[in-house]
Every structure is written in C-alpha cells, then in structure tokens.
Design a protein around this ligand. Structure first.
Ligand SMILES: Cc1cc2nc3c(=O)[nH]c(=O)nc-3n(C[C@H](O)[C@H](O)[C@H](O)COP(=O)(O)O)c2cc1C
Length: 166
C-alpha cells in the first residue's frame, strides 16, 4: 500500500476540495492517501509519494505550497512527487495542457518532480476581499473537473505501481 501525502495551499477552499478529490481517487485505486494543509506538513518520514496542490493567484503558486517544497526539498527529491496548480476560471485546463508558471517549473526541476498539472479553479459568487469580489461578478464558477482529475490520478497510479524507489 502506498502512503501518499496530498498537501494543499488554499485561500478560499477550492484547492482543498481538489486535494480531497485526488485523495478519494487514490483511495479507490488502492492507495492510502492523507490530505493535509501544506502549512502543517512537518515530517515526510512515512510517506512514499507526495502531491503538492496550490491555488494560482496573480500568476503565483500559493505560498503554502511553495514553502512546503522549499523546506522539504531534500526529502522531496528522493520521492515521487507531482506538483498541481488550480486556477483557470474557464474550461482551458481541461481542453489543453497549461504550462506551469515559472516558479512551479523551477520547483519541479529542483526536486525532480514526476509531473506538473494544472486543473480548473473555483471562485464562489460571494467571494470576499478585493479583487476577488469584483472578479466574482463576472468570473464565478467551479471549473474543477472530477473526470479530468480522475484521468490524471490514473496516470499517477500507473506510475506509482511501476515506480522503483528513486
Ligand atoms: C485575485 C485572484 C487572482 C487570481 N489569479 C489567477 C491566476 O493568475 N491564474 C489562474 O489560473 N487563476 C487565478 N485565479 C483563480 C484562482 O486560482 C481560483 O479561484 C482557485 O480555485 C482559488 O483557489 P482557492 O479557493 O483554493 O484559494 C485568481 C483568483 C483570484 C480571486
């Protein structure tokens, strides 16, 4: 059984929901996922693989995701790791492979991540704060696509099954 940590950095809860979807899919495929806020992850001793998911804000990956990769870089570079961004408030993440923002690309290179993936995001109509509340007037919606996530988790699952320890 593979112990997979799914860590998330979120400001408005959408990425937590995405991380839980990933966790549910991994569990259905026979893995043992733990879904936790990235800011609370202090120890990766008993973990076999890691997925770090973070929201995109103004072209930047959520700070909790960024900081987790930075402080655990040595350990993460010995594990199979996938970096996930959630963001676009339209269908583009589903229809094309969105290139990662620069610092996700750099983080992936630093730790030798197995993959990077962008999924659609969510903005609730009553989002608080500026500029989120203004954006929500025209852009609110939920673009996290469960089937897209399940297809991607299938790929992760295949790699985990064939993965030899790095
Ligand atoms: C102020 C603001 C800036 C955003 N900037 C980006 C962005 O640069 N790229 C992107 O793809 N999505 C962007 N989004 C969409 C968010 O990434 C999306 O709403 C995401 O699901 C939020 O995650 P959270 O609910 O976990 O905080 C932005 C949303 C807001 C409110």
């Amino acid at each position: 059984m593979t112990h997979v940590l799914v860590a998330y950095g979120t400001s408005r809860g959408g990425t937590q929901g995405l991380a839980e979807l990933i966790g549910d899919d991994l569990r259905r495929r026979g893995h043992d996922p733990v879904v936790r806020p990235a800011a609370e992850v202090a120890d990766l001793t008993d973990v076999d693989a890691v997925i770090v998911a973070g929201a995109l804000y103004a072209g930047r990956w959520h700070k909790d995701a960024r900081r987790l990769v930075k402080r655990q870089a040595d350990r993460l570079s010995t594990l199979p790791v996938w970096l996930v961004a959630t963001g676009p408030l339209d269908g583009t993440a589903e229809t094309k492979q969105i290139p990662p923002v620069a610092h996700i690309k750099d983080a992936a290179a630093t730790i030798g991540a197995r993959g990077v993936q962008t999924f659609g995001g969510r903005l609730e109509p009553d989002a608080k704060g500026f500029p989120a509340s203004t954006m929500a007037k025209t852009l609110s919606g939920d673009w996290r696509d469960a089937e897209h996530v399940a297809r991607w988790v299938d790929e992760v699952d295949s790699e985990l099954r064939s993965a030899s320890p790095r």
